[in-house]
Design a protein. Structure first.
Length: 162
């Protein structure tokens, strides 16, 4: 695997530290656990949904926190005493988890719902008006010292000069 050195760019840019840190972490092998599985889908032009399979977890055992462009979903199973039952095989995970998602700038968490063992987190990209592209009008004015020369006159001058 190739390693890219961004240090020359650090010297000539200001304010792009977060971008370079993201690029550095993308090059490293994935260290995040595979549990619980999740989907990320686009539900509109600026709307997204993260769906996580959290079967066996209740609403009181899950927590969602958004802070500094990082969405953290935690699940911690409350201990249940199963008196009188003996498991022959235990395939339903009761382990705690913490899953982090790096969010783009101006992403807002709009809500979350738990239905049929799936946790859905709704996200919306809300770009401020000052950040949206805008059209700049080009003003034309004939100044007092400006003189417009028709294109035909320019062509004749160019031919005689050659």
């Amino acid at each position: 695997m190739r390693n890219v050195d961004f240090s020359p760019l650090y010297r000539s840019t200001v304010g792009f530290d977060r971008l370079f840190n993201l690029l550095d972490t993308m090059g490293q092998p994935d260290q995040s656990p595979a549990y619980p599985p999740y989907n990320i889908e686009r539900t509109g032009e600026n709307a997204y949904r993260i769906s996580m399979a959290v079967a066996g977890f209740g609403e009181n055992e899950l927590s969602i926190e958004a802070h500094a462009n990082v969405l953290t979903v935690k699940g911690e199973k409350l201990e249940e005493e199963d008196e009188g039952s003996e498991y022959l095989y235990r395939g339903i995970a009761k382990r705690a988890f913490e899953r982090r998602f790096q969010l783009a700038d101006h992403m807002e968490v709009r809500g979350a719902s738990l239905k049929n063992g799936l946790l859905h987190v709704e996200l919306l990209r809300n770009i401020p008006e000052a950040m949206k592209p805008r059209r700049i009008a080009i003003e034309t004015s004939a100044g007092e010292g400006m003189k417009t020369i028709p294109a035909e006159v320019k062509r004749e001058e160019a031919m005689t000069a050659a």
